[in-house]
Write a protein of this length. Structure first.
Length: 65
C-alpha cells in the first residue's frame, strides 16, 4: 500500500505499525493532523511525499471522524 487510513481503532491495532512506519521514515497522524494517532482512534500512515495528498483526501471525505 502507498497509504493507509482507518477509523475506530484501538491502540493495540496500530502500535506496532506506527513504530514500523516512523522507523522507515514515513508519516503518521490522526485525521486532524495530530501526532497522537495511537490515542485518537484514527490513523493516516504513508510516506512523506504522499502524506499531504492522502491527508487532504481523507479530511475532505472523513472530516473529524
Amino acid at each position: 500500500f502507498d497509504g493507509y487510513f482507518e477509523y475506530g481503532l484501538s491502540p493495540w491495532d496500530v502500535a506496532a505499525g506506527i513504530v514500523l512506519v516512523r522507523e522507515a521514515g514515513g508519516e503518521i497522524s490522526d485525521f486532524n493532523g495530530g501526532p497522537e494517532a495511537i490515542a485518537s482512534k484514527s490513523i493516516i500512515a504513508t510516506n512523506k511525499r504522499l502524506y499531504p495528498s492522502v491527508f487532504k483526501v481523507v479530511r475532505k471525505n472523513m472530516g473529524n471522524a
